[in-house]
Design a protein around this ligand. Structure first.
Ligand SMILES: C[S@@+](CC[C@H](N)C(=O)[O-])C[C@H]1O[C@@H](n2cnc3c(N)ncnc32)[C@H](O)[C@@H]1O
Length: 362
């Protein structure tokens, strides 16, 4: 297998990920080429996204989430082969974070509002604790759990890394009444405008991975669903800087999903480049080792099931697909429907798990 064609190197990431619609035979030919190059998990979303025809949600869900016979799944997991997977991923990881983040998040706030919970607009795993709960109930459960882990108090300096649409900041502010000492960081222009303009909270456009946080600046640091974007080589240096940024006795709460097992370059992460170019997960054990090496003491590590949230977003988007087509077009809508189903499968196959960690600085 040769190296990636020039047009597909990371500097061409944007061009490669463009969703130009094409006829069925053209899409099929592209799909075969992409399957050979990157695996079926990468090719499938583009196959549907390049269609001018809306996907039929329920058959799509079944197609993507039905368990494959073991030999078929083994083939999917083994392609592209190991050394090539690492090479592809390292190339995708070369460009700046901003490129991939804007690609995923700057679709349109109104589009996200079509499937996210209406109270907070959380774009992260919720806690469905009882039968019949809605995504609104489940996101409130999650927000309350994180509030209990963070235990924020008025006057404490608190920062959220990757604040999205300010959902948790809103909940903390409602609890403490203190907006002055609360701030958030995002790389998305649309999210920044929403947090500042609509919520009236402090947010900055900035890269939380490379930022200088100073020494003993914060009482609490938290992040919900953003550590998935940190490149593996960056995790330990970031943990060290976050440890230094906390005051003694300070606390960090991190909610993110990470890889189970020991394969650092699985095929599923090559597939994920279709949605999050330039991001790949780290092993959970690596996160724990690096946090310890940075000086943190782990006091809490809970596991949460992402699947019901993904199904809820899929159902909401499917219900609202006419509005979505009008807002962002058929290809983007198709691609998100595939994304939710494919992510459900990632968790269903046990390849990744969502954790909430509480780390203390003694
Ligand atoms: C999945 S969203 C989660 C948002 C929010 N925390 C929530 O729970 O809904 C991930 C967020 O991380 C932000 N993000 C990702 N990488 C970042 C980086 N390097 N610097 C700043 N923000 C980043 C994105 O802009 C987005 O706001």
């Amino acid at each position: 297998m040769t190296d990636l064609p020039v047009a597909e190197t990371p500097s061409g990431t944007r061009a490669q990920l463009r969703l130009d619609t094409a006829s069925w035979p053209v899409r099929a030919a592209q799909g075969i080429r992409e399957t050979l190059g990157y695996g079926i998990g990468y090719a499938l979303p583009f196959y549907f996204a390049r269609s001018a025809k809306p996907v039929d949600p329920e058959p799509l869900w079944r197609l993507i989430t039905t368990r494959q016979p073991a030999p078929v799944q083994s083939l999917i997991d083994a392609w592209p082969p190991g050394p090539r997977r690492e090479r592809i991923l390292r190339r995708f990881l070369e460009p700046s974070h901003a490129e991939g983040i804007e690609y995923h998040y700057d679709v349109s706030n109104d589009f996200y509002a079509l499937f996210l919970d209406r109270r907070f607009m959380f774009y992260t795993c919720a806690d469905f604790n009882a039968p019949g709960e809605t995504i609104e109930d489940a996101q409130l459960n999650k927000a309350n759990h994180i509030l209990s882990l963070l235990d924020p108090k008025p006057g404490e300096r608190i920062i959220e890394l990757g604040c999205g649409w300010g959902s948790m900041m809103k909940h903390i502010h409602a609890h403490t009444g203190d907006s002055e000492n609360l701030s958030g960081l995002t790389l998305s222009h649309d999210q920044l405008a929403y947090v500042r303009g609509t919520l009236g909270l402090n947010a900055e456009l900035g890269d939380f991975i490379t930022r200088d946080y100073g020494t003993e600046t914060y009482d609490k640091i938290y992040s919900i669903g953003s550590f998935e974007h940190i490149k593996p080589d960056e995790v330990l240096p970031l943990y060290k800087r976050l440890h230094a940024a906390l005051k003694p006795g300070g606390r960090a709460v991190f909610h993110f999903f990470s890889l189970n097992g020991t394969d650092r370059w699985p095929a599923a992460m090559v597939a994920a480049q279709a949605y999050f170019p330039g991001s790949t997960l780290s092993l959970h054990q690596d996160h724990l080792d690096w946090a310890g090496e940075a000086g943190f003491r782990l006091v809490h590590d809970s596991r949460h099931d992402y699947r019901p949230t993904l199904r809820a977003w899929f159902d909401r988007l499917a219900e609202n697909r006419d509005k979505a087509h009008a807002l962002v077009g058929v290809p983007v809508t198709n691609k998100y429907l595939v994304f939710f189903a494919a992510s459900w499968t990632l968790f269903d196959l046990g390849k990744a798990t969502l954790h909430r960690l509480v780390l203390m600085k003694d």
